[in-house]
Design a protein around this ligand. Structure first.
Ligand SMILES: [Zn+2]
Length: 104
């Protein structure tokens, strides 16, 4: 719920809108998912879609099936991922007080 319905569908792709009660619930579910804060997850996911299968893709499948699905969570990000990640607009996320609280 926290990753699929929250970080991915709601915050990364803006597939639907949610009132603060649902956003709070999904943020708590996202914490249980232990894949970093929504802000970090969505920034990485937007990088993934923008630069898929390049060295700027945080889950680059060319680094292997395991890395693309689990390994990216266990390793430090490459310099190019950090550099390109800083170019992603996440102002919609940082302006959400629920996400800012979770990130802090
Ligand atoms: Zn996606």
């Amino acid at each position: 719920m926290g990753i699929s319905a929250g970080a991915h569908r709601l915050w990364a792709h803006r597939s639907y809108k949610a009132k603060w009660q649902l956003r709070l619930f999904l943020m708590i579910c996202n914490c249980i998912g232990m894949q970093d804060s929504v802000i970090v997850w969505v920034r990485d996911h937007r990088c993934h879609h923008k630069w898929v299968e390049t060295d700027a893709d945080p889950y680059n499948i060319k680094r292997g099936f395991f890395f693309a699905h689990v390994g990216w969570l266990l390793m430090k990000k490459r310099a190019m991922v950090k550099e390109y990640g800083s170019k992603i607009d996440i102002s919609d996320l940082t302006s959400d007080p629920i996400l800012a609280f979770q990130h802090r």
